[in-house]
Structures are given as C-alpha cells and as structure tokens.
Design a binder for this molecule. Structure first.
Ligand SMILES: Cc1cc2nc3c(=O)[nH]c(=O)nc-3n(C[C@H](O)[C@H](O)[C@H](O)COP(=O)(O)O)c2cc1C
Length: 173
C-alpha cells in the first residue's frame, strides 16, 4: 500500500506554490485514517520561517476540520491531478459532519509517517507539524475591503504555521 510514493524532503519540491495551492487546490487533513477529517483549501502558502520550511494554512473555526486541527499535533496537505477536481469540490462544499467524504469521492486514506492521513490518489502529500497559530484580527486589516468582502459572518480564519516534515511524491504522476 502507498509504495507508489517516493518520500522526500521539502527542499526537493519543484512545484510552483501559486499554482499548487491557488489553482490545483489542496486537501487539508488532520487525524489518523481511523479518525480524521479533510477539507479543500485554496488559500495558504509555503515559505521559510524560524529557519524551517513551513506552510501556512487558514481554517475557519466553523469547519469540522478545525476541530481535528485543534486536537492533533500534525496535519497533511494533499495535492491531486486535475481529474480529482470534482472530488475536491465535494470536500470543499460539504462537511464531514454530514457526509463520509471518502465514501462520496472514492478517496482512500493512508497513514503517513507522522500520525497524519494522506490519500492514495494524491500526486503529492506533505506532512506538517503545528508550530504556531494565530486568529486573524479584524483590527489589523489595512485594506478594510478584504474584511468586508471575506468576513461578513465574522468567522475569521485561524492561521496555522506548520513545519514541513516529509513529502510523499507519487512516482507515476
Ligand atoms: C476551492 C475551495 C477553497 C477553499 N479554501 C478554504 C480555506 O482556505 N480555508 C477554509 O477554512 N475553508 C476553505 N474552503 C471551504 C471548506 O473546504 C468547506 O467549508 C468545507 O465544506 C469544510 O468541510 P468540513 O466542515 O468537513 O471541515 C474552500 C472551499 C473550496 C471549494
């Protein structure tokens, strides 16, 4: 199982982060294959902080995934080839509170190396360890139009900084 992945360090990633996150989208997943939740995200980033390669993910507290992000020390980011966009749409419009997302989409969960859950069909799975969180503060918007446009419900994202631990790249994609 999942031996079609090659495990590598984040320095070996060659993808363009803007297309990876903004265009391809990702599944943010936290928990173990026995008990996890996953949701689609297309906002976030990757970079360098505190001498570590990190990712930044933004999760609204209303998401079921938020509960798992809070309870667990690690999480994963899974990226897919275009034929999985429909599945990502399901994971981004329905809640794990109401449906079994794996059953609905055909995605198959596997255990990563750091108590994370990835998906067999992913092209790339990145495992991360939570280092820091911060809730977006409405007072800090210098461009107030973003607050007005994105947070009518006042459900400000919690930003997590995650240290990138390992990356699993599918050999055949
Ligand atoms: C393309 C796309 C991108 C999304 N990006 C984010 C995001 O970055 N942060 C977030 O909190 N929700 C984002 N969402 C919304 C969640 O994926 C959505 O609310 C999902 O149903 C939450 O599922 P859950 O309740 O099972 O966690 C996005 C949805 C889509 C379709």
């Amino acid at each position: 199982m999942h031996d079609h992945f090659e495990w590598m360090k984040s320095n070996d990633l060659t993808d363009n982060v803007f297309s990876l996150i903004g265009h391809d989208w990702m599944l943010v997943t936290s928990g173990t294959p026995e008990h996890y939740n996953t949701m689609t995200a297309s906002w976030g980033g990757m970079g360098v902080l505190w001498n570590k390669n990190v990712c930044f993910v933004f999760v609204r507290p209303t998401r079921y995934t938020y509960e798992f992000m809070e309870k667990n020390d690690t999480f994963s980011l899974s990226f897919f080839t275009p034929e999985w966009k429909k599945a990502l749409n399901v994971c981004g419009t329905k809640s794990g509170r109401d449906i079994d997302k794996a059953k609905e989409t055909g995605l198959v969960a596997f255990a990563g190396q750091n108590k994370t859950t990835g998906f067999e069909q992913a092209r790339l799975v990145i495992e991360c360890k939570k280092l820091y969180f911060q809730d977006l503060n409405p007072e800090n918007f210098l461009d107030k139009s973003i607050d007005a446009a994105m947070y009518a419900l006042k459900d400000y994202h919690r930003m997590y900084v995650g240290e990138i631990l390992t990356c699993a790249m599918a050999k055949d994609k």
